[in-house]
Design a protein around this ligand. Structure first.
Ligand code: NAP
Ligand code: ZN
Length: 352
């Protein structure tokens, strides 16, 4: 099926209209019209080839909400008209121990990314949600709970699950002391979700002017990461730190904030780490860990948790043709706190 989206043709070129084909339905495929797509910092990293592995044309978008338009012959879970969602993966081997556990994000063969991945059948580059239509095998399609505001659901599919999963993996319970570094898309979801789980949440940010927002989002405390006195006072005071900083950085100032036997989880930076000092880790028997998105089962659990607790991101709606400006603002940490593209805007103006 011919469709349209926005893609980058090179690392230097801006996002621009791009006409392409979505595959014909395989028996286990669901086709959808995309209604909304969130803008993740990974989209920007990929469009600009920050990680060095982008295949062009690059058509990002992995926070997707859509309406089912047709289903393959073997699809049993979804019908035309259903409101569904797709996150960062569209396929995996489905046979290895991790896939069998519902941890497809950890597939031994590597999962298939929603964009900049390789289709397991045709080997073609995958194209994401900055487009009008999408075709995905049914096992990677999520059901959107009915009471959620659809325009705001999309960011849960990456920012939501990427922060929910480590909060669960490291057993956050009421009273846990959780710190979140970086108040952007992932960070603000981490605050809302940890607060929803009953944790005591502290935001660490470079931006003093985000303090009021942090408290309004559910944080109990705000720590300006450039305030060295306040950082010293906060030593040994957290059970879990979620680090969402999107660039290479030293974790040294943060590890010493961990209490004994506690963990700093990197979810933001992808690539070689800055050199760091082992002393705070040794002295506190602390760990530095990483975490990628979450499995399909856990993503559905997260959506249901958000529906139950009425947790949704703070979104700024944009038109598709505003994406380049949105990327520039995201680079300056000027997003409060997630851009969401209203895909109806692809029908308007000069778009094909
Ligand atoms: P974002 O909305 O741009 O937020 C990042 C926040 O980090 C900013 O708001 C800013 O917060 C802080 N920050 C930005 N530049 C910084 C710098 N140079 N030094 C220190 N702090 C800085 O980005 P996002 O969408 O949340 O994504 C964050 C990162 O997670 C990206 O690198 C993305 O690729 C990655 N990611 C990973 C996964 C995964 O599976 N692990 C999934 C999705 C995204 P303050 O103004 O509060 O300091
Ligand atoms: Zn993402």
């Amino acid at each position: 099926m011919k469709t349209v989206g926005y893609a980058a043709l090179t690392a230097e070129s801006p996002m621009a209209p791009f006409v392409f084909n979505r595959r014909a339905l395989r028996p286990n495929d669901v086709a959808m019209e995309i209604l909304y797509c969130g803008v993740c910092h990974s989209d920007l990293h990929t469009a600009r080839n920050d990680w060095g592995w982008t295949v062009y044309p690059a058509l990002p978008g992995h926070e997707i909400v859509g309406r089912v338009t047709s289903v393959g012959a073997d699809v049993g879970r979804y019908e035309v008209g259903d409101i569904v969602a797709v996150g960062c993966m569209v396929d995996s081997c489905m046979e290895c121990d991790q896939c069998r556990k519902g941890e497809e994000q950890l597939c031994r063969e590597g999962n298939t990314n929603t964009y900049n991945g390789q289709d397991r059948v045709t080997r073609e580059n995958t194209y994401g949600g900055y487009s009008k239509h999408l075709v995905v095998r049914e096992e990677f399609v999520l059901r959107v709970p009915q009471n959620l505001d659809l325009a705001k659901v999309a960011p849960l599919l990456c920012a939501g699950i990427t922060t929910y999963s480590p909060l669960r993996s490291w057993n956050v319970v009421p009273g846990s002391r959780v710190a979140v570094i970086g108040l952007g898309g992932l960070g603000h979801m981490a605050v809302k979700l940890a607060h929803g789980m009953g944790a005591k949440v502290t935001v660490l940010s470079r931006s003093a002017d985000k303090k009021d927002d942090a408290l309004a989002l559910g944080a109990d405390h705000f720590l300006l990461s450039t305030d060295s006195d306040a950082m010293t006072k906060a030593q040994s005071s957290f059970d879990l730190i979620i680090d969402t900083i999107p660039v290479k950085h030293s974790v040294d100032p943060y590890v010493s904030l961990l209490d004994v036997d506690s963990t700093l989880v990197l979810v933001g930076q992808v690539g070689p780490m800055a050199e760091h000092n082992s002393v705070p880790m040794l002295l506190g028997r602390c760990r530095i860990a990483g975490s990628p998105i979450g499995g399909i089962k856990e993503t559905q659990e997260m959506l249901d948790f958000c529906a139950e607790k009425n947790i949704l991101p703070d979104c700024e709606m944009i038109r598709m043709d505003e994406i380049n400006h949105a990327f520039d603002r995201m680079e300056k940490a000027d997003v409060r706190y997630r851009f969401v593209i209203d895909m109806a805007s692809l029908n308007q103006g000069s778009n094909p």
